[in-house]
Design a protein around this ligand. Structure first.
Ligand code: HSE
Length: 427
């Protein structure tokens, strides 16, 4: 029996889904026995319909409600993005007994529990493989492949734009603005790009992964988010000299009863698997107590990789067949998110200071008073007006100790600008 599919949003990803359903239909059926039948497309821009060779059996409308009410639509793909009206359309479709497949990470991060609850109440599925890391089947891996594990940690490079910018700064010496412009031209940056470069897009994906790993509701606001806009050429070069690359990571870890869920630029040792993930590619490193470490790599954005993830969800729904119970995502008891002050790890500190006697003594004393031990110290030549960079790498410590020491150090009269802090990847 075929599964009637409706697509709302015929833009980048929606267009890729439509194209895939039209061209791969027979190959998918042969391989998976799933009969995926595109029956309805809705978009507020009707000129988009002309882009596809639609047969007479595919309805088109400019109104999503017409698609939701179409009795031939068994699954609605929501590919318009944003919070509203996407949320309203998804809730409406679920209540009408339609399965929903979405790539909408922002909406899931804001309203995932509410929408999952509606899906569960109406005995339908809400699936979102495309919402995290595009073409990488990480949701399936966490939900199914790694089901036997208690997940100990996840490190994700989940934003292609940020990884592209940092890679171009590292390998090609590009400055931030040029690298961003190129990411925009290549089509994987959000519009405006603040969601990418300020870390919020990664935070949305971090929230989805953390909820899934620990079956718990995680408030987006509880996730610490720091983007890449303060990472300078100097940081990239000093990190390189110390044996690290800088990557924007989503970090999810179990810490006793609590969970760590945070997003920030991170120093990744060059020999770590994640260090080889360049340009717009995404990767997710997952360590579980049964399977141990696994790594997933691929394109995290773009029309066709993301469309592939949407279609994979459709195949799963079709294979399950009508009448059988969908697999609900159940949220267990709430667990606290660990306060950033309690995070443990090593730190990179870039001080900008006047080059004068006694500076290092005073800085190291302040760190020592807070029990922060120094592993490395490098002073660089003059950058401007007698100021120099001093790079300190600490041994493993507690973040609150580093922050307390820095609040004293940054008040010292020889310090020219606030110290830049970067966290180092913990194994
Ligand atoms: N802007 C996102 C990125 C697209 O650069 O990865 C995929 O979420």
């Amino acid at each position: 029996m075929s599964l009637g599919i409706g697509v709302i949003g015929a833009g980048t990803v929606g267009g890729g889904v439509i194209q895939t359903l039209l061209t791969q239909k027979n190959a998918i059926a042969r391989k998976t026995s799933a009969q995926l039948e595109l029956v309805h497309i809705a978009d507020t821009l009707p000129e988009r319909f002309k882009e596809f060779a639609l047969g007479p059996n595919v309805r088109t409308s400019t109104d999503a409600t017409a698609l939701i009410e179409d009795p031939n639509v068994a699954v609605m793909c929501e590919l318009i993005g944003g919070l509203q009206p996407a949320k309203r359309f998804i809730a409406q479709a679920l209540r009408a007994g339609k399965h929903v497949v979405t790539a909408n990470k922002m909406l899931l991060a804001h309203s995932g529990p509410e929408l999952c609850q509606i899906a569960q109440e109406h005995g339908v599925e809400l699936r979102y493989e495309a919402a995290v890391a595009g073409g990488i089947p990480i949701i399936k891996a966490l939900r199914e492949g790694l089901a036997a594990n208690n997940i100990q940690r996840v490190y994700g490079i989940l934003n292609g734009t940020c990884n592209y910018i940092l890679s171009r700064m590292t390998y090609d010496g590009l400055d931030f603005a040029d690298a961003l412009r190129q990411a925009q031209e290549l089509g994987f940056a959000e519009t405006p790009p603040d969601l990418d470069i300020e870390g919020h897009d990664t935070a949305h994906k971090c929230q989805i992964i953390a909820s899934l790993c620990y079956s718990t509701e995680i408030a987006l606001d509880d996730i610490y988010v720091e983007g890449i806009t303060r990472v300078s050429h100097a940081d990239v070069a000093y990190a390189d000299e110390l044996g690290y690359l800088i990557k924007l990571l989503a970090v999810v870890r179990e810490a006793g009863d609590a969970i760590e869920a945070r997003v920030h630029p991170t120093l990744v040792p060059k020999q770590h698997l994640l260090a080889s993930v360049r340009h717009e590619f995404n990767a997710v490193y997952v360590k579980g107590d049964v399977t141990d470490a696994t790594l997933y790599y691929g394109r995290g954005a773009g029309r066709m990789p993301t469309a592939g993830a949407v279609v994979a969800d459709l195949v799963d729904i079709a294979r399950r067949g009508t009448g059988s119970a969908p697999a609900p995502f159940v949220y267990g008891p709430k667990r606290p998110i660990r306060d950033m002050g309690h995070i443990e790890g090593a730190y990179y500190l870039r001080l900008t200071t006047q080059d004068q006697p006694g500076v290092l003594g005073k800085v190291c004393t302040a760190l020592g008073n807070h029990r922060v031990s120094i592993a490395w110290c490098i002073q660089k030549g003059e950058i401007a007006n007698g100021a120099v960079h001093v790079i300190l790498m600490t041994h493993e410590t507690v973040e609150s100790a580093v922050q307390s020491a820095l609040s004293e150090i940054d008040q010292m009269d020889f310090i020219v600008e606030p110290t830049h802090v970067l966290r180092v990847l913990q194994e």
